[in-house]
Ligand binder design. Structure first.
Ligand code: DQA
Length: 147
């Protein structure tokens, strides 16, 4: 696919999980909205969620073989812990936008540091599910300029 959207741990629980923080949309709702948006742009989009760090690393490596042009990633709790996922993104050299539903900077101090932000094209946080759609819009602009 042109674009890969990666979702980290517990994001499969969206809609049920702390809706006051993360909103009422399910992950399926978010993914189907993004697929529709990609269709309207005439590009292809894959989505993948895992609760396991190694599976996310392997999916990033696979993206390299699939010639994915842009990654949109919400690493969820791995944002604050995962050197392995950071290294995977740097290995494949695929540009990425980091998305968080909540404004992590308004929350606990352990959520203020990200292992991804200094390498991301951009970071979107605090805009809920809309953040993914804005990221897709930006990714589409970038890949169509690159053609
Ligand atoms: C999150 C923020 C993280 O701190 C948290 O661990 C998540 C979700 C967000 O989208 O706001 O699981 O990435």
């Amino acid at each position: 696919a042109d674009i890969l959207v990666l979702h980290g741990p517990n994001l499969n629980m969206l809609g049920v999980r702390e809706p006051g923080i993360y909103g009422s949309k399910s992950l399926e709702d978010i993914n189907s909205g993004l697929e529709q948006e990609a269709d309207s742009f005439g590009i292809t989009l894959d989505t993948f969620q895992s609760n396991t760090e190694g599976e996310l690393v392997t999916r990033i490596q696979q993206a390299y073989k699939e010639n994915v042009k842009f990654i949109i990633i919400n690493p969820a709790a791995y944002t604050h812990t995962s050197v392995a996922m950071r290294d995977a993104l740097l290995s494949v050299k695929i540009p990425f936008i980091e998305v968080h539903l909540s404004n992590v900077h308004q929350r606990e101090t352990f959520r203020h540091h990200s292992y991804f932000s200094d390498k991301a094209v951009a970071v979107i946080c605090g805009l809920g599910a809309d953040g993914y759609s804005y990221a897709l819009d930006a990714a589409y602009k970038r890949i169509s300029q690159a053609k």
